[in-house]
Design a binder for this molecule. Structure first.
Ligand SMILES: Cc1cc2nc3c(=O)[nH]c(=O)nc-3n(C[C@H](O)[C@H](O)[C@H](O)COP(=O)(O)O)c2cc1C
Length: 80
């Protein structure tokens, strides 16, 4: 699976709660979101997801990310 490069990862030290937003592409998150999950140290943080789309919900994306990153506490996901 492709992992588009992130130019500069944010410093998340001292951050307890994080909101990650993205567009739905082909019924799920863009692969750069996987890059972010691969590279960010999200242990012990609460992660909230939100997405825009042309109609597709976010549930499939949330399920896929929870399965791929079981160590990450994905609290919820909301399509806006
Ligand atoms: C490559 C690509 C794939 C997309 N796939 C979906 C999709 O599977 N379901 C959907 O509802 N919208 C899809 N969209 C629409 C985007 O989710 C939408 O353009 C994005 O959320 C931004 O919203 P806006 O165009 O209203 O600014 C896709 C857009 C692109 C560019």
């Amino acid at each position: 699976m492709s992992r588009p490069e992130i130019d500069e990862m944010p410093d998340l030290s001292g951050v307890d709660e994080i909101w990650i937003g993205y567009p739905i592409w082909w019924y799920t998150h863009p692969r750069i979101i996987n890059t972010f999950f691969d590279q960010a140290d999200l242990a012990g943080k609460q992660v909230h997801l939100f997405a825009t789309s042309g109609g597709t919900g976010i549930d499939g994306s949330v399920k896929e990310l929870r399965e791929t990153y079981p160590g990450v506490n994905i609290v919820d996901g909301k399509k806006i």
